[in-house]
Each structure stands twice: as structure tokens, then as C-alpha cells.
Design a protein. Structure first.
Lengths: 100, 596
């Protein structure tokens, strides 16, 4: 498997364009597929609906998580340890006895 | 095979009690046989239907073996996971870890088979207590603290559940565990639901899960990820199917877990957040409550246990071999752990609901159930969450762990390798089952509580899935710089009680300490001065009064003794002289006294 991954890594441009080609194929396929199983009007009438939904949802999740994380939710790793050590005067260091 | 009901929990409990006495070369076969026997009992019981293992206790009838299709599918997957989990940790020498794990599984099986609230509560608490040890067995400060937090939170949940059970008994007059009147909920309905919901990690009662599961031992978390939350899903499906509030709570869970998983730096905490998200789908399905929805919840519970167990085994292998769990300390491991990569990627595809992998045939049932009951808002939001699931679990986890930038230290890199044979066997079994369930869904559907009229493999569903996954991957490709893990901790609702503890310490340290100091000073100025004066007086009195009398007598006696001693020369004539003189004085004194 390592050789395969290394082989593909060396030809990354080809891999990327192949993926783009696959996406175009999926979009084209979605135009011709039987939509009787679709649940809603938008699925049946808006072309490439799930392509747009997939991209927009993923982008929105990335942006929301990034904004949320950097709005004060993400703090230093020893946030609670600092707090407890300053309260009780204990050592901040993780016990060396911890194992897998 | 057995011919009548045999409680599988009993096999595990007895097996666990005997385990410490099985040593040497017999240990590993024994570790393998007991879960196999447990699973055999589960399979054997599945041919039965009705109530078994009934026992009259005071005024109540306890039911230890309620067997129907709903309980069957859950005990089936729990029994299967007991085998895989034990196989994964087969090389662990510490018998206590296996004992805790087996008691934990026994608690889960017992809960699922319980037909009454009393026996359910017994097994429920057994599960909570045994699972705490799986966290503590990793040892270290962080795991100790997380274990205590886990135990406290579950104890509180247990008390709430018990309060609900007692209140219900007061009102209804029985302890049977059946579907509640969810259209007219009473106080006890809410209390019992909160008790179950806490174990299902329903937001905002969820913070214990990422905290504890990321702190457990490498094999402990494989058990933890399977049993507590899915047992809770079973209890919700049994008692609260169609309870509307669960739809909203489930959708919140699905989305909340996604956002935190996307931000997370710890690989096992990411998976723990993923549990919150995925269990959200099941909780929402229980809230929808239709046959398709309950089928979807059950199917997704099975699929989830398989792929989540596999993912925790994959990340557990990384932890076991390297000792690290953070993206910022790992990366680029594909060349060092090729087998682990393959198994983990299969788990990633399974959770992402890729065609031919487990969740493809289960998650879609839940979303279809939402659409069919015209809960379009819930269905759209669950689809939104499903895209996020692929984002963090299908792309972020394998990319930054195995293929992205190599953040390994020299020591970590040298340690990295595929794990022991039994760990690989367990992962291979999990991966095989993920593909089997995804590729031949009829095997799973045959186990579901209700007849299945759902066909996941149609052109539209496949096209929809490939579009979603493909274009989500495109967004990842363009925006992955915003997903680069950072060595940070994400604050969550546990901040309230962890900070609450700190607030307590602060209150003790500042206002209370100030009050204590002020009180001490006031005492010193106002109370201590007069007290010292009184003490000095008594000291003086003691010295000059009491001691004066006593010491005076003593001094007097000593002085007389001294004088007498000087008279003691040791010569007999002087002694006779002093005695005669003393006698003469006495006689003179007597005569004078008589004359007067």
C-alpha cells in the first residue's frame, strides 16, 4: 500500500484532475437518474442539488467551526490544570504513570 | 445450544469472577471463550419470545428476561461487540481490566433484557460503576480526574432516574418498564427521560462523554464507545418512542457533535464527539417514533457500534503504539501503520455513509423517516450534519492522522507500527462486519424490530450520496487550511461544573479565607486579650494561692527535715541527749499547762 500511495503522491496533479472528472461524471449522472425516490420538490427540480448542498454544507461547517473555535472556545490545553494548580498549589505536570 | 432462557449477563459475571484464578496459557483461550458463550446465549435466546427469568421480590415482579425483537437486536450487537472488544485487548495481562469490561457488558445486557424498572436500575448502575474503572485503568492524573467526574455525573443521573422510578411507582403502582404515555408526560416521565438521556449524552447532559472516552485506556474506550449510549438509546426506544422533544434534542446533538469534532485536536475526543453526533440521529429517530424510525434507530445503533468500535480500535492502536493521541503530535503514519490505516479508513467510510459501508443502509432510514413524517426541517438538518460527519471523520481524521503533515517526534515515529496480532484481528473483524452490513443490508434488516420495506440501493440514493461526499471533499480540499488542528482545548458545558469546582475553591480561598482571617484577628484583639488577663490571674492564683500553700507546707517540712538532718550526727550519745531534752521540754510544758 505504501508504494501505491507514494506512486499517487508523485502524480498528484493527475489524481486531482481525475477526482474533478469523477465529480463532473456524478453531476452528469444526477441529471439522468430516476428521481422518484426524492422526498422534496427542491431535489426533483433543482439540477445538481445535492452537489451544491454538499459543497455549501461542508463549507458552512468549516467556517462555523473555525469562527466558533476562535471566538474564545479554543483555549490553552492546560486550561483546567492551570486553574486547579493555581487553586491548590499542585504541580501542573501530567503524571508519568499514565499509560495507554 | 441452550434450550431455555440463559441470561448472558450471568455468564459474563461468573466468568469475570473466575478469571483471576485462570492464569498462564489458559488465560487467553478463557478470555475468548466466555464472550463466545455469552454471544451463544444471546443467539439462543433470540429464538424465544416473552418474559423469562421472573422473580417475585416483595410486592414486585422482577423480569430479567424480556425477549422481543427490539431487545434481541440490541443484545445481539452487544454480545458481538463483547467478543470483538475482548479480542482487541486479549494481550492485556491485568485481569481487572477484563473483569471491569465484562461487568460493564453484563450491565448493558441486563438492562436491555430487563422488563421492570428495579432490575433495570440494578444493571444500569452496574454498568456505570464498571465503566468508571475502564477510565481509571489508563491511570495518570487526567484519567483519575475524568473517572471521578464520570462517576459523579452518572451518580447524579442515576439518582434522577431513581427519583422518576419511585415517583412513577407512587402514581401508577407498578414497576413495569414499557412505553410511556409520551403525549401526556408527567413529572416522572421527564425524570426518567433525563436519566436515560444523560447516558445517551443528550445535549446539554453530554459533556461527560468526550471527557471520559478520550481519557480511558486504549481498549477501555473500545468498550465504552459501544455500550452506554446505545443501551440508553434502547431504553429511550422502549419507553419514549414518539416523544416529540427527542427530535429536537437529537438534531441538536447531531449538529453540536459535528462542530466540536471539526475543532478537536485529540483523535479519540474527535471520535467521542462523533458519538454525540451519531447518537443524535438515533435519539431523533426515537422521537419520530414510526416503525421506519425505530427500525432506523436500531439499525444505526448496530452500524454505529461496528464502525465506532473499529475507529476506536484504529485510534487505540495509534495510542497503544505511540502513546500519543493529538493530531499536533502525529501525522503521516501511513507508511508505519499500513494495516491500521486500511481498517481505520474502512471505519471512516462506514461512518460517512459511503455506499457499501455500514451507515449507508442505516442513516438513510432515519432521514427517510423524517421526510416521510413531514419533519423536513429535521431531515435537512440531519443531512447537513451527515455532510459534517464525512468532513471530520471521513476526511479530517485520516488525512491529518495518516497522510498530512508529519508532526511526530523522533521517538513517536520510531515507536509507530501496526499493533499486536489480536488487535489487528479485532480490527479486521470490525472492518469485515462494516462492509458486510453495508453491502448485504438484508442481514441487518432481518434483525430489526419491525418489517422492513426500505431499499437503500437505488440510483437516486447512490447519486445523492456520491454528490454529497464528492463535493464535501471538494470543499475540504479548498478550505483545509481552516481545519488544521491546533494544540488547544475546546471549552464545553463541562466548563460549568469544572469551573464550578474552581469557583468553590476560589470562594474557599478568597471570601472564606478573608472571613477566617478577620475572625481570627477579631478574636485575637477582642477575645484573646481578656482571656489572657483571666489566664494570668488564674496563673497568679495558682502560683501564689494553691501552689503557695502546698509549696509552703513542703518548704516547711523540708526546712524541718533539714534542721533534723543537722541533728543527725550518727553518735548515740547526741541522739539520747536530744531525745531526753525534747522529753524534758514536753514534761515541763505539760506541768505548766496543768498548773495554769
Amino acid at each position: 500500500m505504501n508504494k501505491l500511495i507514494d506512486y499517487l503522491s508523485e502524480r498528484l496533479t493527475i489524481v486531482i484532475w481525475t477526482c474533478y472528472g469523477f465529480l463532473v461524471f456524478i453531476m452528469a449522472y444526477s441529471l439522468y437518474v430516476d428521481k422518484s425516490h426524492a422526498h422534496t420538490w427542491v431535489e426533483q427540480n433543482i439540477p445538481f442539488f445535492w452537489s451544491v448542498f454538499g459543497f455549501a454544507a461542508a463549507a458552512a461547517i468549516i467556517v462555523i467551526a473555525y469562527w466558533f473555535g476562535h471566538s474564545g472556545i479554543m483555549v490553552k490545553e492546560d486550561y483546567y490544570e492551570q486553574d486547579s494548580s493555581s487553586s491548590c498549589g499542585c504541580s501542573k505536570t501530567q503524571s508519568s504513570s499514565e499509560h495507554a | 445450544m441452550f434450550t431455555s432462557f440463559i441470561h448472558p449477563a450471568l455468564i459474563l459475571i461468573i466468568g469475570a469472577l473466575i478469571l483471576p484464578f485462570i492464569r498462564g496459557p489458559l488465560r487467553k483461550p478463557y478470555l475468548f471463550i466466555i464472550p463466545i458463550l455469552t454471544f451463544a446465549a444471546v443467539v439462543s435466546n433470540s429464538s424465544l419470545s416473552g418474559q423469562f427469568g421472573t422473580y417475585q421480590f416483595m410486592d414486585w415482579q422482577l423480569v430479567f428476561g424480556r425477549i422481543d425483537r427490539l431487545s434481541n437486536i440490541f443484545v445481539f450487537i452487544m454480545g458481538l461487540m463483547a467478543i470483538i472488544g475482548t479480542l482487541y485487548g486479549l494481550h492485556v495481562d491485568n485481569a481487572k481490566e477484563h473483569i471491569a469490561a465484562w461487568f460493564y457488558v453484563a450491565g448493558s445486557l441486563g438492562t436491555i433484557y430487563s422488563g421492570d424498572y428495579l432490575s433495570l436500575f440494578l444493571f444500569w448502575e452496574m454498568m456505570a460503576l464498571a465503566s468508571t474503572f475502564l477510565i481509571w485503568f489508563r491511570r495518570g492524573k487526567r484519567s483519575n480526574a475524568a473517572g471521578y467526574r464520570y462517576l459523579i455525573i452518572h451518580t447524579i443521573g442515576g439518582v434522577i432516574l431513581l427519583a422518576g422510578i419511585m415517583l412513577r411507582y407512587q402514581v401508577v403502582g407498578d414497576i413495569e418498564f414499557n412505553l410511556m404515555d409520551v403525549k401526556n408526560p408527567e413529572l416522572y416521565t421527564w425524570l426518567i427521560m433525563i436519566g436515560f438521556g444523560l447516558n445517551a449524552a443528550v445535549v446539554p447532559l453530554h459533556s461527560w462523554l468526550p471527557d471520559a472516552y478520550s481519557s480511558a485506556s486504549f481498549n477501555g474506550s473500545v468498550f465504552l464507545c459501544a455500550f452506554t449510549t446505545k443501551t440508553a438509546v434502547y431504553t429511550l426506544a422502549r419507553g419514549f418512542a414518539g416523544f416529540d422533544i427527542l427530535i429536537l434534542l437529537g438534531v441538536i446533538m447531531a449538529l453540536y457533535g459535528v462542530i466540536y469534532a471539526v475543532m478537536e485536536n485529540d483523535i479519540r475526543k474527535l471520535l467521542a464527539w462523533s458519538i454525540v453526533s451519531q447518537v443524535g440521529y438515533m435519539v431523533a429517530a426515537v422521537g419520530i417514533g414510526t416503525e421506519l424510525a425505530i427500525n432506523g434507530a436500531s439499525a444505526h445503533a448496530v452500524a454505529h457500534i461496528l464502525y465506532k468500535g473499529l475507529l476506536f480500535m484504529g485510534t487505540g492502536s495509534v495510542l497503544y503504539m505511540t502513546g500519543k493521541t493529538k493530531f499536533t503530535e502525529l501525522g503521516g503514519l501511513y507508511s508505519k501503520m499500513p494495516a491500521t490505516v486500511i481498517f481505520t479508513v474502512i471505519g471512516c467510510l462506514s461512518i460517512s455513509a459511503a455506499p457499501f459501508f455500514a451507515a449507508f443502509v442505516s442513516k438513510s432510514m432515519i432521514i427517510s423517516a423524517a421526510f416521510e413524517t413531514h419533519l423536513n426541517w429535521a431531515a435537512w438538518l440531519l443531512m447537513f450534519g451527515a455532510t459534517g460527519t464525512f468532513m471530520y471523520n471521513g476526511l479530517k481524521l485520516p488525512y491529518f492522522l495518516f497522510f498530512g503533515k508529519n508532526n511526530c517526534s523522533r521517538e513517536t515515529w520510531e515507536k509507530a507500527a501496526d499493533p499486536t496480532w489480536n488487535m489487528q484481528m479485532a480490527m479486521a473483524a470490525g472492518a469485515f462486519l462494516c462492509i458486510l452490513v453495508g453491502s448485504v443490508p438484508s442481514l441487518l434488516y432481518a434483525l430489526l424490530p419491525y418489517p422492513v420495506h426500505f431499499h437503500p440501493y437505488n440510483g437516486y440514493h447512490i447519486a445523492e450520496t456520491f454528490q454529497l461526499l464528492g463535493f464535501a471533499a471538494l470543499a475540504f480540499f479548498f478550505l483545509k487550511k481552516y481545519l488544521v488542528p491546533e494544540d488547544k482545548l475546546c471549552l464545553d458545558m463541562d466548563w460549568l461544573y469544572r469551573r464550578g469546582g474552581s469557583l468553590f475553591v476560589w470562594v474557599a480561598k478568597h471570601p472564606l479565607q478573608w472571613f477566617d482571617t478577620a475572625w481570627g484577628e477579631a478574636y485575637r484583639v477582642v477575645g484573646l486579650g481578656p482571656l489572657m488577663i483571666i489566664s494570668r490571674f488564674w496563673s497568679w492564683f495558682d502560683w501564689h494561692g494553691i501552689d503557695g500553700v502546698v509549696d509552703g507546707i513542703a518548704r516547711c517540712v523540708r526546712a524541718i527535715g533539714g534542721r533534723v538532718r543537722t541533728l543527725q550526727s550518727g553518735q548515740i550519745q547526741y541522739t539520747i541527749y536530744y531525745a531526753a531534752s525534747f522529753t524534758a521540754l514536753l514534761l515541763i510544758a505539760y506541768v505548766l499547762f496543768q498548773l495554769s
